[in-house]
Design a protein around this ligand. Sequence first.
Ligand code: SAH
Ligand code: SF4
Length: 360
Amino acid sequence: MKKILQDYTKEELGEMIKPSFRAKQIYDWTYHKYASTFEEMKNLPKAMRTDLDSEFTLRPLKTIQVQDSMDGSRKYLFELHDGHTVEAVLLLMREAQYHEDGTLKHHRRYTVCISSQVGCKVGCAFCLTAKGGFMRNLTAGEIVSQLLMIKADNDIDANRRVNIVYMGMGEPLDNLDNVAKAIKIFADPEGMAISPNRQTVSTSGLSSKIERLGKMGLGINLAISLHAVDDELRQQLMPINKAYNIESIITAVKNFPVNDRKRVMFEYLVIKDVNDDISAAKKLLKLLNGIKAKVNLIYFNPYGGTEFKRPEEKDMLRFQEYLTQRGLLCTIRESKGLDISAACGQLREQERSKNENIQG
Ligand code: SAH
Ligand code: SF4
């Protein structure tokens, strides 16, 4: 099997390919010009292009489905070399803005949500990714390639700023080594140049790994999928809470190095009649006291076969208002791409059940 070119840092490629300045050129073709074959890399000697082609692939992912949402978001289903599939989503955060004279004021602003594993071991009760079980970790190159494919497919200029959130399928901290490597490859100034402060790792709360990530000193942003404020309920929703309870997460967050201008994001998936009451908001406020935090409320996005329900808008607003009036920054996540089944895992699951129906 061919190696995945995106699995390697520029320094590693420089060790493998001599003379080492070739690594820089290959990085340029790969991450700036979106070359999909070595043949395109015209400033490399012909023999080298042939050798590279027999050793490496530049396209470890195959796009098998693209779904457009009304709000401009676009969801991708990618197939890996072993037939497994993962999702990634291009989120249009803001349309381009123009001055009165028609000149450009702001470019479009994008965030890309990418996957770190095929499936997930954590097994949260509300999450569709969990239903398919865990298959395997993604390699750094498979993580990096999701964004690369999306940028190439949408003609997003190499130097256009894009934010990355590790909020697709999988638990990034359960695949920390490969995720950390992807973070560094994304950040290479001669590659995509996406600084770690534009990248956010979202975790279900593996406290010991949060500590490890912090010690790595990457400068990455942290998001915690909290979803509940007492251990009993959290354990029901997220079995991982037995191993890492709320207190351990809060301690890990307090030790995490946060960029001066940033906050730790606490994601709170709101489920009707489960965690949408004001007493939960009260406890949340207390829990986050002393932490540079912001809260992101997420509407539970229902899917076939789930017992959970989407919360009422008035309850979301009441929850938010309770927190903001007491000085805690709290946003409600716009249901980006809701019509294309926003929460990751849902497109893949549709595809799987379609296939099962065909086979059955
Ligand atoms: N495993 C990591 C990152 C991937 S999950 C984590 O849990 O943080 C990314 C987000 O998708 C989580 O915040 C999760 O709560 C959310 N999510 C899962 N199922 C959802 C659903 N049905 N509706 C809305 N959000 C969902
Ligand atoms: Fe895994 Fe995150 Fe889904 Fe929980 S919410 S099962 S941690 S992907």
